[in-house]
Design a protein around this ligand. Structure first.
Ligand SMILES: [Zn+2]
Length: 79
C-alpha cells in the first residue's frame, strides 16, 4: 500500500481491451484514465491520494481511492 500522493501529469494512451484505473472528471463528468491496471481489475487502486491533470477540462483534480475504479477500455474511448 502506497499512501503517498501520486501525480499524473500526462494523458495516457488508451489501448482498447486494456484495463485502466479511472475516475470521473467532476466538471465534465467524463471518464479520465489515471494509470494502467496490470491486474485487469483484480486488485484495487493502491494510492491513497491522486492528483491528475485533466485533458477534458484542462483543470487539475484530486481523487481519493474510493473515487477510482478499474475499467476495461473499448475502441474509441477518450479517457
Ligand atoms: Zn476535468
Amino acid at each position: 500500500m502506497d499512501d503517498d500522493k501520486f501525480y499524473v501529469p500526462n494523458r495516457l494512451e488508451i489501448k482498447p481491451g486494456a484495463f485502466y484505473f479511472v475516475a470521473k472528471c467532476p466538471i465534465t463528468k467524463k471518464i479520465l484514465a489515471i494509470e494502467r491496471d496490470p491486474d485487469r481489475g483484480s486488485n484495487p487502486y493502491s494510492h491513497a491520494d491522486t492528483l491528475v491533470s485533466c485533458h477534458h477540462c484542462q483543470g487539475r483534480h484530486r481523487f481519493e481511492t474510493s473515487d477510482i475504479i478499474p475499467c476495461q477500455a473499448s475502441e474509441g474511448d477518450d479517457w
